[in-house]
Design a protein around this ligand. Structure first.
Ligand SMILES: [Mg+2]
Ligand SMILES: [Zn+2]
Length: 200
């Protein structure tokens, strides 16, 4: 793999061209528990789903939102993780959520280190934009849910609305400015559905 070779992705569904809504989801700290600081999830056995994720995503799915994971995975460039293992982890995450009615439509990941200055690493919005182009998504009717400031920035930059999922250990004076903040993925889904109910 070469640096800056663009967005790498794994697809699970078909890609028709109707204009659709999506909920973009960061992975670590949103879907599964984050690895300790400075460490990475490098095996399926380390994936621990966070409480309420399947139920919340199922509600969104039922209302017609595409569910798309967008994740920075610099462990690839750092040689801590191979593409094969990463894609297996993503397939298994998708498989497990799919069994609970919360099928993931696609996973986009950036394999680069920050120093590569690539276009795909969040806070840049390229992964969201590419998903929108490939899957007919209206970004202005879509949402980005993440636990890091870079997620919120990427969502804003793509023209989505944003939800900041406050990490349990957050103690910074400057939380990111999102459209909605909560510590619960269920509350995030409820907020999105409530907003969606007032839109066409
Ligand atoms: Mg995260
Ligand atoms: Zn990248």
């Amino acid at each position: 793999m070469t640096a800056n070779s663009g967005v790498h992705q794994l697809r699970f569904g078909s890609s028709e061209s109707a204009v659709r809504r999506a909920v973009f989801l960061d992975r670590d700290g949103v879907i599964n528990r984050k690895a300790p600081a400075g460490q990475y999830i490098t095996a399926w056995e380390q994936v621990e789903f966070l409480p309420g994720v399947a139920e919340a995503l199922r509600e969104l799915k039922l209302r017609g939102f595409l569910l798309i994971i967008v994740t920075n995975q610099s462990a690839i460039s750092r040689k801590k993780l191979t593409v094969g293992v990463l894609e297996t982890i993503h397939q298994r995450i998708a498989q497990q959520l799919g069994q609970e009615g919360a099928g993931i439509d696609a996973v986009y990941y950036c394999p680069h280190e920050p120093s590569a200055d690539c276009q795909c690493r969040k806070p840049r919005p390229r992964m969201l934009q590419q998903a929108a182009e490939e899957r007919g998504i209206d970004l202005s009717r879509s949402w980005m849910v993440g636990d890091a400031a870079s997620d919120i920035e990427a969502g804003h930059a793509a023209g989505c609305r944003t939800i900041w999922l406050r990490p349990p250990d957050f103690n910074d004076q400057n939380p990111p400015t999102a459209d909605f903040s909560t510590d619960s993925i269920r509350a995030a889904a409820a907020w999105i559905l409530s907003a969606a109910s007032t839109e066409k």
